[in-house]
Design a protein around this ligand. Structure first.
Ligand SMILES: [Zn+2]
Length: 164
């Protein structure tokens, strides 16, 4: 066997090990809501339950026009919950004025969001969904304020505010 083919074998083994090392991480990404009844609602039933544009955002990943959400002016103490299923997602203490025209938060309630990479506009963005009903909420960017440096950019129509 030539040196070149040995190197190739080592390279392939390295790749296999790297792939194997990822698997435990994926397994750790638990899905505590997998058996939730919220996951069994049909698209047609969601359409009946939700306001028309909330349905488009939550179930079909539409984006609301910036500056249109009444929640931009919501400054009371309380919790922002998923409009689809009521799962608490953000505390009012974490909301900040991002100037983007969308309700923005620097962190989220632990385990409340499921994330995935969105390639819709050609550059990868991290999209997040309600972990319980899997409704689309928004995108998270790394240009937010301290202490996290994150900016959860959320569609207002996908949220409901519950005052404390
Ligand atoms: Zn939800």
């Amino acid at each position: 066997m030539s040196t070149a083919s040995l190197d190739r074998r080592r390279f392939l083994m390295g790749s296999a090990l790297a792939a194997a090392a990822l698997a435990p991480g994926l397994a750790l990404a638990a899905d505590p809501y997998a058996a939730s009844t919220w996951r069994k609602i049909s698209d047609g039933d969601w359409k009946q339950r939700l306001p028309a544009f909330s349905y488009e955002v939550l179930r079909h990943e539409a984006t609301e026009r910036p500056g249109t959400s009444p929640l931009l002016g919501e400054h009371r103490k309380g919790t922002f919950v998923c409009l689809g299923c009521g799962l608490p997602l953000f505390k009012s203490d974490w909301k900040f004025e991002s100037g983007t025209g969308w309700p923005s938060f620097y962190t989220a309630i632990k385990g409340a969001l499921a994330k995935k990479t969105d390639l819709a506009i050609g550059i990868p963005r991290t999209e997040y969904h309600c972990a319980q009903c899997l409704g689309h909420q928004g995108h998270v960017f790394d240009d937010g304020p301290q202490p996290t440096g994150l900016r959860y950019c959320n569609n207002g129509v996908a949220l409901r505010f519950v005052p404390a």
